[in-house]
Design a protein around this ligand. Sequence first.
Ligand SMILES: Nc1ncnc2c1ncn2[C@@H]1O[C@H](COP(=O)(O)OP(=O)(O)O)[C@@H](O)[C@H]1O
Ligand SMILES: [Mg+2]
Length: 624
Amino acid sequence: MSPTASSPAAPTAPRRKRSVVRALLRLWPYVYPARVRVFSAAAIAVVAASMGLAMPLVLKWMVDGPVADGDTGGVWLGGLVLLFVGLAEALLFGLRRWLTARPLARVEANMRDSLYRHLQRLPVTFHDRWPTGQLLSRATGDLQLLRMFLAFGLTFLIVNSATILIGFGVLLAQDWTLGLVLVLPVVPLIVLCALFEQRFSAVARRAQDQMGDLTTVVEESILGIRVIKGFGRHRSQARAFRLLSGELRDTEMHKARLLAGIWLVILALPELFLGAALVLGVSQVADGQLTAGTLVAFMATAMVLRWPVESMGFLLALCNEAATATDRYFEVLDTDIPDEPSGSAAEASRAAPEDPPGDGLRLTDVVFRYPDAPPDTPPVLDGITLHVRPGETMALVGATGSGKTTLLALLPRLHEATSGRITLDGVDTATLSRAEVRERIAMAFEEPTLFSASVGENVLMGGEDADEAALARALRVSQADGFVRALPEGLETEVGEQGLSLSGGQRQRLALARAVVGRPRFLVLDDPLSALDVHTEARVEAALREVLVGTTALVVAHRPSTVQLADRVALLSEGRVAAVGTHTELLRDNAEYRRLMTGESQLSGGRGRPSPSGGPLTAPSRSA
Ligand SMILES: Nc1ncnc2c1ncn2[C@@H]1O[C@H](COP(=O)(O)OP(=O)(O)O)[C@@H](O)[C@H]1O
Ligand SMILES: [Mg+2]
């Protein structure tokens, strides 16, 4: 069990030099609705910061005026003014927070919403390629970081830059020689910060990607907890986790070291120059060139400026991480959703008579290779031509890895055929929108997936406007009505992640009920009865035969008993249709079919990974 490599195949970081500003500007459409509040908040913060800068001037007036003259009333007045200014500053900062908190939470929610909607629409091939943890970490950690940046980082970047500019203006205006002493270290600071930015951004990106990999391992460990326990793999899984988390820790330590370095410089440099300015100032006061009040005001202003200057390193780091988070966010959002047929083509196909004479399901010369397959491998499906007549049930039989699941996935366009035509009642599925195709075809997968919802809701996902009667019928067909009635709350029982655990056969029967509940024109079943015992299977088959009367169906089957449900059987071998005929015909005429059905001698399992059971291991495709 090798955990996701530290740099997963798909989400590689763009290594070209990227601009932090350009990355962050992409957030604008999301921030746009909150722009008024965000900029008012920044303006308010600038005013608040200016109040902080006004305090030293009040001090100067107090020292040179009332204090020098021994005027107690004046000192009280000055104190009151200081108190008032301080209160106003605090109030304004509070107002800023109040203004931005809600709209920025909405920005975060909207971005998360876009990401989620996009993830739902992205093709199955995308999800085959991207580790889940990478997507999870982008939807949570990265977006949180962005909100923090917008709420805090961006405002203070503006405010502190403004404060620094105004503050140094005040310093220079009071005494330009002293001011110059404090301005001097700013130049090397800016150079150092720029250097720091470059190095930090690479490390920040690495940390965020590693976080994604770590999330993947955690997610897989939790989903696969039974396998891990069953095989006693918790140690090796813990090792894999420790390895990745160790890597992440090293990267975070690297980040911390870089940060510590820049902090040291940012803290120490101004301190040195502040000391120098103090010595110079005191000697000027002694010489009578400078009033004591001016020196006090000067030093107080310098103190006010300390936090804005010091915070710059941190804010730059935050900017950087936010830019990386933006990149990571848009890497997912920029992945194109394949085009739908243009409106007119879809319109034309819809214009066809609503209930055409019916041509059933027809595949013509369909070739398919997985997009990420190495170019020299033969296609998984190589020139499939098959006709399932209207109302007919055809069984699809083939060795493990022969491409049965892949073939079924092409019908509702979970994957797009590389070439060839697939028609439903004569309408080319490529001219229909995916939604229209999926409206006509219902599907049950090898691995029945139930969602965290009630039994009834899980089944009704298969047909939005199915009523109580349809639900009851579907449960009867799949022989699920018995066990559903015995559940603690019947149809209302919660199943899935948080709910009750059902057996594999029970889940399969619910998935089957979901497939038939909407009375689909076309039904596609991937070995839907594999987990059932022979008796239950026989009962499901008898009931299915009833439903399948008006439905055109393609059913993957392994057992002779399931195959007998079908009118005809197609044998898939190495990505081609090797034979079509009735079960009896094929048994008589086809040696490979005979071997598969009677288990005479083991066939070397196609081109797939050898898997003794043909179970979930051979079905890497996920349900949509
Ligand atoms: N998502 C995928 N990406 C690349 N190859 C795949 C993917 N899914 C299946 N395959 C490969 O395609 C072949 C056919 O698989 P599949 O259709 O699942 O076979 P079957 O359902 O007949 O057992 C196998 O060799 C399998 O390894
Ligand atoms: Mg399969």
